[in-house]
Design a protein around this ligand. Structure first.
Ligand code: FEO
Length: 397
């Protein structure tokens, strides 16, 4: 890949990771990109770097525009190593005394990763970095997605460098939204559901903060995926909506099964939901990845989790999902657990306790079936689905 012009004297010099399929537990079926940006002003500035394994690719891109030794400043919006992994190489090439601008927490976290050998300079909202013809200001964006995260804004160009915010795990030939069209939105949604969902209250504040600061970015450049230049407001509006976690008339029935009994229960619950015209998704965990399940759960108004009892506990895939889901803090959903059992039946109680701990609204204390659900047992499952569908009536799809 070659450098790509973003605006006057501003270039994308990142790397495309076509092959990554697991990003700390998130299935990235279409790879990702690590975006870095080079500002060719009187003081040459690099915003963010790439994962260590792609450092040479980034340096080659920079080398097509200038001698990398000429970089004067580095801005590090985020310490996570997909963006800072190439920092040691960059500093080795440009000289370790050159300033690296970062947030207050960035200073701590970069030191934690790389020791004290770099000239780290903490910036705050009142600091302006002048590079000649351009001025950069900074906004702390704690927990979007780490405590060190910050945004950088190019004032004259009205470009927001948003680090993980507004990103997508997508590797393609396209660098901009006008090249992907609508097809990029499911990637942005999955990214939000699996990375940013727990920080939704902060994102609501952040969207307001950006508006109150009078920032009207013409281009938004995240550190993953495409850049938003045709319609940057679209992704900001989508974030404002997603952060609200408003339920929709949609349900997810997610389960695993040993001898098909819990599957029969799942499908009967789904039939009840469908009888009330609820958009229903049935997902078996040995054929669906946890990150795809979370993407479906994010906008659902109801979620049902089913597990047989195995060795007095949960089926392993269900335990995995519940641990993952709890960390992502979904809100505003009806929920219930279900499952079949042979002799002790702990799984239903365990699921119910986890759903309660997630602050979801239990619509049923948990439905169980002894061995194989009979007609009466399946009717109870159908009724749970129907009752839940009725409770979702009036909510927009
Ligand atoms: Fe793309 Fe939080 O790193």
């Amino acid at each position: 890949m070659k450098p790509v012009k973003v605006s006057d004297d501003i270039y994308w010099v990142g790397a495309i990771d076509w092959n990554i399929r697991d990003f700390h537990g998130y299935a990235t079926y279409e790879g990702t990109t690590y975006n870095a940006f080079l500002i060719l002003d009187e003081k040459i500035t690099l915003i963010d770097t790439v994962k260590k394994q792609f450092a040479d690719e980034m340096m080659k891109n920079i080398g097509e525009l200038i001698d990398p030794k000429k970089i004067d400043y580095v801005i590090s919006n985020h310490t996570e190593m997909d963006h800072s992994g190439a920092l040691p190489l960059v500093m080795h090439v440009i000289g370790e005394d050159k300033p690296v601008y970062c947030s207050k927490m960035g200073l701590k976290n970069l030191s934690g990763h790389f020791g004290d050998r770099f000239n780290l300079q903490a910036v705050d909202k009142d600091f302006e970095l002048n590079t000649g013809r351009k001025t950069f200001v900074f906004m702390e964006t704690r927990m979007v997605h780490w405590p060190d995260s910050m945004f950088t804004y190019a004032k004259e160009d009205n470009i927001l460098f948003s680090s993980d915010g507004f990103g997508q795990h997508y590797a393609g030939w396209e660098r901009f939204d006008d090249q992907t069209g609508e097809a990029i939105m499911p990637h942005a949604l999955k990214y939000y559901a699996n990375i940013l969902l727990p920080y939704s209250p902060r994102i609501t504040k952040l969207v307001k903060q950006v508006a109150e600061a009078g920032l009207k970015p013409k281009i938004i450049c995240p550190d993953h995926g495409i850049m938003w230049r045709e319609n940057p407001a679209k992704i900001v509006e989508a974030y404002a909506r997603w952060a609200e976690q408003k339920p929709t008339k949609k349900a997810v029935v997610v389960y695993d099964t040993m001898w098909e009994s819990t599957r029969k229960m799942a499908e009967a619950i789904a039939d009840g939901l469908i009888s009330e015209d609820v958009e229903t998704k049935v997902m078996r965990l040995r054929t669906q990845h946890r990150s795809d399940v979370m993407t479906e759960i994010m906008e659902a108004g109801a979620v049902f989790v089913g597990s047989p009892t195995l060795n007095n506990g949960l089926f392993p895939t269900v335990a995995d999902l519940l641990a993952y889901m709890k960390g992502l803090r979904p809100r505003n959903k009806l929920a219930a657990g279900f499952g079949s059992y042979g002799w002790t039946g702990e799984s239903i109680k365990l699921i119910t306790a986890e759903l309660e701990a997630m602050k979801l609204e239990l619509i049923d204390p948990g439905l169980s079936a002894h061995w194989v659900p009979d007609d009466d047992g399946l009717k109870k499952c159908f009724e749970l689905g129907r009752k839940s569908g009725q409770a979702l009536a009036g909510i927009e799809s």
